[in-house]
Design a protein around this ligand. Structure first.
Ligand code: DC
Length: 197
């Protein structure tokens, strides 16, 4: 079965948690596409060359989850040639046999507009910064400033900006528990699978 779940949205909205949970529940493969951009940013040197030569070892670096790696990812993600170098891998992953969940910023709009399910997972900047701060610690006001800066860069870039696909279901998790958000996503996917059979 070819079945793609595209989960887009801003930083720390809960995309990763929801994606991992629904991938496990439906037996689909999962790709965190932010990790590709984080690995390109962390590699240093020419970002276009880094994207063209990305290896499994680059994706296994232990320092990809830091705030600094997120900022570097958001910067290299504005470069059209970097994005172009990562498209084929993501498209092949999306249409692999057995089903796939991809989370990122442009999955439903650019990478896989034909995805069977498109979710746009969001939450207020304050809620997202608080969640990220619980993970990384430090100064919460600084974490909020970085979240807002990254949202702005991701949404205003010329190529594949962060925005919901016209046919995406918007899921605002500001007032939801993790369980409620996962349940809502699962219900949408289950209904779509049901509708196909
Ligand atoms: O989801 P994340 O926080 O790991 O993403 C890090 C950065 O990578 C994000 O700020 C923008 C970029 N990104 C992107 O441009 N397109 C994607 N599909 C995924 C991430």
């Amino acid at each position: 079965m070819i079945f793609t779940v595209a989960i887009d949205g801003p930083a720390a909205a809960g995309k990763g948690t929801i994606s991992r949970a629904v991938a496990a529940q439906f037996g689909f493969a999962h790709l965190d596409t932010g990790l590709l951009y984080r690995a390109v940013g962390a590699k240093g040197g020419d970002p276009v060359r880094a994207a063209q030569t990305l290896s499994d070892a680059d994706l296994a670096r232990p320092d990809l989850r830091t705030l600094a790696a997120g900022q570097a990812a958001s910067r290299v993600a504005t470069i059209p040639e970097v994005r172009a170098a990562l498209v084929a891998f993501q498209r092949a992953f999306a249409r692999r046999e057995g089903g796939a969940v991809l989370d990122g910023r442009d999955i439903g709009t650019v990478i896989c507009p034909e995805a069977e399910v498109k979710l746009y997972v969001t939450a207020s900047a304050q809620v997202r910064a608080h969640r990220r701060w619980l993970e990384v610690g430090g100064d919460e006001a600084q974490v909020l400033a970085e979240v807002i800066e990254r949202d702005k860069r991701d949404a205003e870039r010329a190529v594949a900006p962060l925005k919901p696909a016209p046919d995406a279901l918007v899921l605002d998790t500001s007032e939801m528990t993790v369980e409620e958000a996962v349940d809502a996503a699962r219900a949408v996917i289950a209904a779509r699978i049901e509708g196909r059979s």
